[in-house]
Design a protein around this ligand. Structure first.
Ligand SMILES: Nc1nc2c(c(=O)[nH]1)N[C@H]1C(S)=C(S)[C@@H](COP(=O)(O)OP(=O)(O)OC[C@H]3O[C@@H](n4cnc5c(=O)[nH]c(N)nc54)[C@H](O)[C@@H]3O)O[C@H]1N2
Ligand SMILES: Nc1nc2c(c(=O)[nH]1)N[C@H]1C(S)=C(S)[C@@H](COP(=O)(O)OP(=O)(O)OC[C@H]3O[C@@H](n4cnc5c(=O)[nH]c(N)nc54)[C@H](O)[C@@H]3O)O[C@H]1N2
Ligand SMILES: [Mo]
Length: 687
């Protein structure tokens, strides 16, 4: 591939002329859109950002969080130099050290651990701090080379992914841009206003055209006003609703039997299992009145091209994979797939991968399979509570487990172990960084070069470095290069620059990039985003070419109703994202934090009254794991028997350092080995 410098040459010319100039870049955070940004810079600092109107999906619409990205990049709170712990663990007292000394000390400690305990005593952890391909995944190559633990990264929507794939194989779902053709919308467990903002115009436009939008939620605080009807559901019971809807469609002859018989596997046998799943039965499970279920079923069935917009909320349960399978099967019941706008949106829309991740992650560097540690079980791994070999070193980059992972008390207990050597590569003094023995300064997206694959849209992009890294901060890639040298890993891979890696990825395009034009290649070479082909939803990418209602490869081959884990306490606790933060990111920003306010717990008026809880009062939520304090918000938009905690906070918002994730178990989902962070019970009392 020919390297083009057109973009940067133009900029240099413009800089001389105007002092500042605009460069294209891409939002690095964990959202479905990966929005295009126009960054204004003087070549030294990022001066501001705007949405890029040419971005094929976002079309210039960006969230309030990114509107002042420059405030984060140039935040006075940023970590700019490597540091060494001088106080007690967790106390947050550090003193500066050089990169040389830091790298030498880390390599020295690791070499000793490798000798004494082997590579499976070293646990690397990242999740979704940065979503671009190279910076997110490059540590895999380093730790594969080392033979360290292999983290199973299922902190987010893996149960949804596994459930969808169990039915659809590799068939891409609807790209949100296809929603303009849908005739009816079921927003199912997605707080779109916060998390899928760029799809909101489609919903608003649809309602203007007289199409109906129905919300199925456990907490409708943000979305109710955007929908024609809100159906509040008891958490973890969406599978019962889907089954009852299919029951009604069978009973009333509303199912597209021709489609189901010819385009799916196992329909006849599945249909016979539906008899007990009556709306009256489902009312008992879901708390939704039977007549509402019947009405919804009829409305859904009569729409020519209904779209289900499926969020990850309903999948974060012990039955989350099964729930997703049932909802995906429901999407076949009207034969909507293949009709413009019909089917399901919110899973993987891609028509095949764009780049070859293995060029970055290098599975070939690993000599034998590593010890697998599930990210949701970090607490057990760090404390050794399951009797396994203890972890001796924990390396965190692009993640904040103390704030974002379940079982917070266990994680803290592990991090306090005097014999654990913890290294955190971070941009801010997060709750996890506080526990580091060595803290390394990390870069922002505008200080590095990478490729971006959006997970919610068919788009692909590249973004070049715009400004030099602040202070002594280094990208993940450059940090692993240094660590590799210190560890004596001589592979040519560890000598490359990040620009060389990006060219390498583009030089080996995968299926999703095979049919793009020369003009589009130019955009990618210069830095920008292209739209790629939507998936063909009419032809199923499964071994049989049919949707798999019955899936013989699964333990539960025939779908059925499964209960969630639940628990012994009377209220179910769910997590709702906040529009002011993204998981634990953006807490450096006073302008956003103040809009969000204190840690709140939403309760239904009847649940509040039964506990003598007043709106705005301090309450304690508790279960067998922990007690966590919140400010109560009483609202009828949360299902009765449910409490909802908004967003992820940091420990400065708390009295005793415990956040909502202290109330969450490590238990995994049925398939996908994923988080069940919505599947916990608590009780609440006034403080
Ligand atoms: N502003 C903002 N944007 C974000 C994020 C953020 O934190 N803030 N997070 C990003 C990330 S990492 C992700 S994975 C995506 C997630 O985005 P989506 O996958 O669209 O999911 P969420 O919007 O998190 O919505 C989950 C919803 O599920 C609901 N829910 C919980 N349990 C149930 C249930 O049993 N049944 C039903 N029907 N509903 C239930 C919750 O009330 C919540 O509103 O968003 C991304 N975008
Ligand atoms: N209670 C509750 N818990 C949740 C959720 C929830 O809604 N409620 N959401 C869940 C979901 S969907 C997800 S995806 C997870 C997210 O879990 P995590 O991936 O752990 O995400 P964050 O907490 O956002 O932490 C990301 C960290 O990466 C850092 N970072 C960003 N860019 C870079 C970089 O280039 N290099 C390095 N070294 N660091 C970088 C950021 O500063 C930030 O501190 O949390 C989950 N946990
Ligand atoms: Mo996520």
């Amino acid at each position: 591939m020919q390297r083009s410098l057109v973009g940067s040459e133009m900029c240099i010319r413009d800089r001389h002329k105007m002092g500042s100039y605009i460069r294209k870049t891409i939002c690095p955070y964990d959202c479905p859109t990966s929005c295009g940004l126009l960054a204004e810079t003087d070549g030294i600092r990022l001066l501001g950002v705007k949405g890029d109107p040419d971005h094929p999906a976002a079309k210039g619409l960006i969230c309030r969080k990114m509107r002042h990205y420059e405030k984060s990049v140039h935040s006075p709170e940023r970590i700019l130099i490597p540091m060494k712990r001088v106080g007690a663990k967790g106390e947050g007292r550090f003193e500066p050290m050089t990169w040389d000394d830091a790298v030498k000390e880390i390599a020295g400690r690791w070499s000793r651990i490798l000798e004494e305990d082997g590579a499976d005593a070293i646990l690397p952890m990242y999740y979704s701090g940065v979503m671009s391909v190279l910076q997110r995944k490059c540590g895999d190559a380093f730790f594969n080379r080392m033979g360290a633990c292999d983290m199973v990264r299922t902190l987010c929507s893996s149960a949804k992914g596994a459930g969808y794939e169990a039915v659809m194989g590799q068939t891409g779902c609807l790209d949100p841009r296809e929603l303009k053709d849908s005739s009816f919308y079921l927003v199912w467990g997605s707080n779109m206003k916060a998390t899928r903002l760029q799809s909101m115009p489609a919903l608003i436009q649809a309602r203007r055209q007289g199409k109906r939008v129905v919300l199925i939620e456990s907490c409708a605080a943000d979305m109710e006003v955007y929908c024609d009807q809100t159906i509040l559901i008891r958490p973890g019971t969406d599978g019962a609703l889907a089954l009852a809807m299919m029951h009604v469609m069978e009973e009333e002859n509303l199912a597209d039997r021709d489609f189901l018989a010819h385009r799916t596997n196992g329909y006849e046998a599945f249909r016979k299992t539906l008899a007990p799943y009556t709306p009256a039965w489902a009312e008992g499970e879901t708390g939704i009145p039977a007549e509402v279920i019947a009405g919804l079923s009829r409305e859904y069935a009569s729409a020519p091209a209904p779209a289900i917009i499926l969020g990850s909320g309903p999948s974060r349960y012990g039955n989350g994979g099964m729930t997703t399978r049932l909802i995906t099967i429901l999407s076949a019941y009207t034969g909507a797939w293949g009709r413009p706008g019909g089917g399901l949106c919110g899973c993987n829309p891609g028509a095949g991968p764009y780049v070859d991740d293995r060029l970055v992650t290098r599975p070939d560097f690993r000599e034998k399979p590593g010890r697998r540690v599930n990210i949701n079980e970090i607490a057990s791994a760090l404390t050794g509570s399951r009797g396994e070999k203890p972890i001796r070193s924990f390396y965190v980059y692009g993640g904040n487990p103390v704030a974002s992972v379940c079982c917070q008390k266990g994680i803290l207990e592990g991090l306090l172990r005097p014999d654990l050597f913890t290294v955190v590569h971070e941009r801010f003094m997060t709750d996890t960084a506080m526990y580091a023995d060595i803290l390394l300064p990390a870069t922002f997206s505008v200080e590095q070069t990478d490729v971006y694959t959006a997970y919610g849209y068919c788009t692909f992009g590249t973004a070049r470095k715009i400004v030099e890294p602040a202070g002594q901060s280094k990208s993940n890639w450059n940090t692993f290069r240094l660590l590799a040298r210190a560890m004596g890993y001589g592979e040519e891979y560890f000598k490359r620059t990040e620009e060389e890696m990006v060219w390498e990825l583009l030089a080996h395009p995968m299926e999703g990039l095979t049919r793009i034009s020369e003009k589009e290649w130019r955009i990618l070479r210069e830095g920008g985003v292209i739209s790629t082909a939507f998936a063909d939803h009419g032809s199923f990418r499964t071994p049989s070419g049919k949707m798999m209602i019955y899936n013989e490869n699964l333990e539960e081959a025939m779908p059925r109703y499964m209960k969630s884990h639940g628990g012994a306490y009377p209220l179910r606790l769910v997590a709702v994202p906040s529009a002011y933060t993204l998981n634990s990111v953006f807490m450096d920003r006073e302008d956003l934090s103040s809009g969000r306010g204190p840690m709140t717990l939403m309760l239904h008026p009847r649940d509040a009254a039964a506990r003598k809880i007043a709106d705005g009062s301090h309450v304690t939520a508790f279960n067998e794991l922990a007690k966590v304090e919140f400010t109560a918000k009483i609202t009828p938009v949360v299902a009765e028997g449910t409490v909802a905690a908004r967003g992820v906070y940091n420990r400065t918002f708390t009295k005793d350092g415990l956040l909502v994730n202290a109330l969450h178990h490590e238990r995994l989902s049925d398939i996908g080995a994923a988080t069940t962070l919505n599947d916990n019970t608590v009780d609440v009392r006034p403080c």
